[in-house]
Ligand binder design. Structure first.
Ligand SMILES: C[S@@+](CC[C@H](N)C(=O)[O-])C[C@H]1O[C@@H](n2cnc3c(N)ncnc32)[C@H](O)[C@@H]1O
Length: 266
């Protein structure tokens, strides 16, 4: 499966900021609560982006850990390295393409994480096999991703605004099925946990900012909806009108946020 994906630094940051501003729960605290990584852990964060989870592990363990983040996007890695330099930590941020065997030692890590990214893999069995390979015996994998009910309002509004069928999203269409099954096949044990954190918007602006960032970041997936900048702006206008109508009816726009956290043991 060829996944068309390119996360831009601005789109990713916009969505992270909106979730932290309008959601009431902190997803990294939930992850840390589930995992409770021990001091001196050797941790690999696959598809680390600008380092969000690496910094969470680092803060939780007060720096007493060996943490490596890997990503394919050089801009996001540059952001992670810059933030890392500011705090003077020895964390490492490396080039890592999870569609290929990792240039990393077998059996080295206590914990591998891959947050909101594994479904972009073009070869799920290979990516999961590589994360399994680099773990120590008894080491754990943590993945997070959208469950089927995720972002219902977002899709409902786009469907009503455009009259079109929503294209299959690589995340919600595969995460709880194909990806969960592959993890269960590869690891000796896997547990699924659910995190719910519906962001509630009292005006359309943050909803529209979120929608713009999501559509533009995954624009290849939405190419049956828009091709040019003009198409994009026209669709955004239609979406805004439907969002205004729903806001007037309901008094708020609340988007379900249903995330699955899979914790697997080697
Ligand atoms: C939604 S972002 C999540 C980033 C980070 N884990 C977070 O939660 O903030 C998805 C990430 O997957 C990365 N990614 C996509 N394809 C990849 C690949 N083939 N190898 C490694 N990383 C990839 C992107 O560059 C991006 O950083």
């Amino acid at each position: 499966m060829k996944i068309q994906y390119h996360e831009t630094t601005n789109d990713l940051q916009t969505r992270i900021d909106i979730h932290s501003k309008y959601g009431t729960r902190n997803i990294d605290e939930w992850m840390l609560d589930l995992l409770q990584p021990a001091a001196q852990s050797v941790i690999l964060d696959v598809a680390c982006g600008s380092g969000k989870q690496c910094f969470s592990f680092y803060n939780y363990l007060h720096g007493e850990a060996s943490i490596t983040g890997g990503d394919v996007n050089p801009d996001l890695l540059a952001q992670a390295r810059e933030a890392n330099q500011k705090i003077g930590s020895p964390m490492q941020f490396i080039d890592l393409n999870f569609n290929e065997p990792f240039a990393l030692e077998t059996g080295k890590y206590d914990l591998a994480s891959c947050c909101f990214a594994i479904y972009y893999s073009e070869n799920i069995p290979l990516t999961i096999h590589e994360m399994h390979r680099v773990l120590k015996p008894g080491g754990r994998l943590f993945t997070s991703g959208p469950m089927p009910a995720n972002k219902q309002l977002f899709y409902d509004i786009i469907r009503e605004a455009t009259g079109k069928t929503i294209p299959p999203m690589p995340g919600s269409s595969r995460y709880s099925t194909e990806i969960y099954s592959e993890i269960a096949r590869t690891f000796s044990k896997v547990e699924a946990h659910i995190f719910e954190n519906p962001p509630a918007f009292e005006s359309v602006e943050p909803f529209i900012a979120y929608t713009r960032a999501s559509l533009s970041e995954d624009r290849k997936l939405w190419n049956s909806f828009f091709q040019t900048k003009d198409d994009f702006e026209r669709i955004m206008k239609q979406i805004e009108q439907v969002a205004e109508k729903k806001l007037a009816e309901q008094g708020h726009l609340t988007m379900t946020k249903v995330v699955g956290g899979f914790v697997a043991t080697k």
